[in-house]
Design a protein around this ligand. Sequence first.
Ligand SMILES: N[C@@H](CCC(=O)N[C@@H](CS)C(=O)NCC(=O)O)C(=O)O
Length: 273
Amino acid sequence: MVVRTSGSDRSCRPGDMKLPICSRARSGDRFLQQATKIRCSDAEIEISVALVGWSTDVQHDRDQFCAPDVSWETSGEITMKLYFSPGACSMADHIALHEAGLSFDHEKVDLKAKRTESGIDYLTINPKGYVPALTIDSGETLTENVAILDWIAHQDGALKPSGAMGHTYLLQALAYISTEIHKSFKPFFAGAEEDEKTKAAETILKRMNYLADTMKGDFMFGSDVSAADCYLFVMLLWAQKNGVEVPAKLEALRDRMRERPAVQKAMTHEGMM
Ligand SMILES: N[C@@H](CCC(=O)N[C@@H](CS)C(=O)NCC(=O)O)C(=O)O
């Protein structure tokens, strides 16, 4: 999302800007997040912002700048894009983005060829070569499921547990799912021998049992879905597909998740329904 200002005042330089470019506006208004990139030419200032929405009070925003007589023009094209592979761990982010009600684009990645559907060399987007990657409105690309899900949860406070420790609990759950459960599926994707898969299935069941025992309600943290539930849901689909036993409580969570419009949208788009 880009906000452009143009005017005759050529003295305005990025260093003159007061950041964040808009503080919280009047109650009920949405607000601009911190400017992440500023380009300044003689007559135009271009500010890229990681944007949730923007204040309806344009005057309020404009007053934050050093050039009060500029004219404003705003353009609202969507630039956020999720790079995904159908049914992969990137589906957790796909679901979470819908749960958060964010506008985003998505592009499929051929993980073997390392090419996106539109023919771009995926390594130029994410040199790590795997999904997910999320290019946000600032143009920056985020990688690593834990970080991306955490970022999405911060765009919509409802996707993390409330309270002073909410963020820590979310990270604790995301890290557990990523390092202790997600990675345990490796033998199923690497074409390992049956005994290795059996061992992995036992480990996954043990770790899923821990999650079932510590669930606080219908979802991991209570009655509201969290970014961690989105990740866990994908793991539960993998378990189902590979015949890995999971506790009944988590089977119920999987079925509950499947009913959610955000999940259905993401699964339909990825050709998983
Ligand atoms: N550390 C990464 C791992 C992501 C990952 O394992 N992605 C898999 C799909 S679930 C992938 O893209 N694999 C293809 C590859 O590594 O070439 C994260 O947590 O985001």
